[in-house]
Design a protein around this ligand. Structure first.
Ligand code: MSP
Length: 472
């Protein structure tokens, strides 16, 4: 029986159109999903949007639009990005979906309540509307939220609380032993250090009238669920938790997240799962942030990179290429229009694209039949790096081979050899085509369209149209 592999992206806030940071998360998740399908794992890939949020209402209000129209429009833009980037997700979950999402979120709440881990308290705290979360004095800089540069509001209200503190030791032990594997190690250490200072119980609901949208708390119509049970639960509600469980055999799986939501996924979510008696995620891959020109992307700075614009100009695989190779999965990375174009011209137009054209042109003119590529050898390191989530290194290995092939052709000079020794020249070209096939097969999870085009060209023994036309 094949192994199952379940992979999720965070669910995105649809309060602005997707930017390159979102494209990064979904692209590396897609690479992993495609890789696991290729090695024969029964794979399920989930993504979606986090919609029960004041951020949406706020963004719609600023534009004077109706919140539902605004929401649907942004969600369409997210979905279009998935299609245009060739993302192979099996499901797109929306947390406003009352049929798919709500029954499971409410069932999870009930389980935690039955366990005795949810209690109502009167609460007073510092609420940051930007984060949609309560902050502690420790989080503030000069009395303000450092991320939003705003003073949080002192709010007093009745909330249900989840007894997260009770699970601190258990969570710590699971992370220490890698039963819950946090990647990379620096993030594992970061969360362990947070856990050693202890976890506080967390506010788990808000009064109904304080929230525009949200899932009602089971058994208490006056309260709505706060983000934790509302959003994190998507990873299992999508699998049918609370409504038939038809896909629950995929659980547990792995989460891909950005570094800003580590605590939610590696502390709060495991606590909820332990309380519910459900298995913890197997792994959490934590990636860095994408900056542009060395600065955080922001509308005011005008440096927000729109992945759709890059796709329109360069194609989906060029964007996938850049994100996989020129951004490290564990650290922050930078994307500018200039660096993108430079990498495109150097490594796709001149590198891979040129190599494919050279080899297939020779194959088409010197060989009578398509080359037999049925015997296949792995390119060393590529799969290992992919399994270690080092996509940039996997790509480096592939491009090292691209360069090597260029050099072989340079030395062999088959266009001269063909004139003096046809058989010898044909043998060399056959070898190049086999090596090109190796490259194409390894490219499948990364650049699926390009890989397919190369494989097709080989099978037809025909030079394809330029894969990556040079951009000036
Ligand atoms: N809705 C929450 C997640 C809930 S998951 C149960 C959220 N949404 S978000 O839209 O703000 O961010 C979604 C993901 O995008 C996060 O993993 C975040 O780290 C990532 N990124 C947001 N900006 C980013 C960059 N500039 N670069 C890379 N990733 C970035 O948080």
């Amino acid at each position: 029986m094949s192994k199952t592999f379940y992979i999720t992206t965070p669910i995105f806030y649809p309060n602005a159109k997707p930017h390159i940071g979102h494209a990064y998360t979904i692209t590396i998740s897609d690479i992993l999903a495609r890789y696991h399908r290729l090695i024969g794992d029964d794979t399920y890939f989930l993504s979606g949007t986090d919609e029960n949020t004041e951020k949406v209402a706020h963004a719609a209000r600023e534009l004077g639009e109706d919140p539902q129209t605004y929401l649907d429009d942004i969600v369409e833009q997210f979905k279009a990005l998935y299609t245009n980037l060739n993302i192979s997700n099996d499901q797109f979950i929306r947390t406003t979906d009352k049929n798919i999402h709500w029954p499971g979120a409410q069932e999870l709440w009930r389980r935690l309540a039955v366990k005795g881990d949810i209690a109502k308290k009167s609460y007073s705290g510092l609420y940051c509307t930007g984060h949609e979360t309560f902050l502690t004095e420790k989080d503030l800089v000069n009395g303000k939220c450092p991320d939003h540069d705003e003073k949080p509001e002192l709010v007093e209200e009745e909330n249900y609380f989840f007894n997260l503190s009770k699970y601190t030791e258990q969570i710590k032990q699971k992370i220490e032993s890698d039963e819950l594997h946090i990647i990379p190690k620096t993030r594992k250490n970061e969360i362990l250090s947070l856990l050693s200072s202890g976890l506080e119980d967390i506010s788990f609901s808000r009064p109904r009238d304080k929230m525009t949208s949200g899932i009602p708390v089971p058994g208490d119509e006056t309260q709505k669920m706060y983000v934790w049970c509302d959003a994190l639960s998507n990873y299992i509600t999508a699998l049918g938790f609370g409504r038939g469980e038809e896909l629950m055999h995929y659980w547990p799986g792995m989460h891909v997240i950005g570094k800003d939501i580590l605590r939610f996924h590696a502390a709060i979510w495991p606590g909820m799962l332990l309380s519910a008696g459900l298995p913890l995620p197997q792994a959490i891959l934590v990636h860095g942030f994408i900056t542009s020109g060395g600065r955080k992307m922001s509308k005011t700075l005008g440096n927000v990179i729109d992945p759709q614009e890059l796709i329109d100009e360069y194609g989906a695989d060029a964007v996938r290429y850049y994100l996989a190779r020129h951004v490290s999965s564990f650290e922050d990375g930078d994307v500018t229009k200039e660096s993108f174009k430079e990498a495109y011209n150097a490594n796709l137009a001149n590198g891979l694209g040129n190599l494919v054209a050279r080899i297939m042109k020779m194959a088409e003119s010197y060989l009578d039949n398509p080359v037999d590529v049925s015997t296949f050898r792995e390119l060393s390191g590529v799969n290992n790096h992919t399994e270690n989530f080092e996509f940039n290194r996997a790509m480096d290995n592939i491009w090292f081979h691209v360069k090597e092939m260029d050099e072989f052709i340079q030395t062999d000079k088959p266009f001269k050899l063909i004139k003096i020794n046809k058989v010898a020249a044909q043998k060399r070209v056959t070898y190049y085509v086999q090596e090109l096939n190796r490259i194409a097969v390894h490219l499948k999870p990364f650049l699926p369209e390009t890989s397919e085009k190369i494989i097709k060209a080989i099978s037809e023994n025909k030079m394809p149209e330029a894969l990556f036309p040079r951009k000036d």
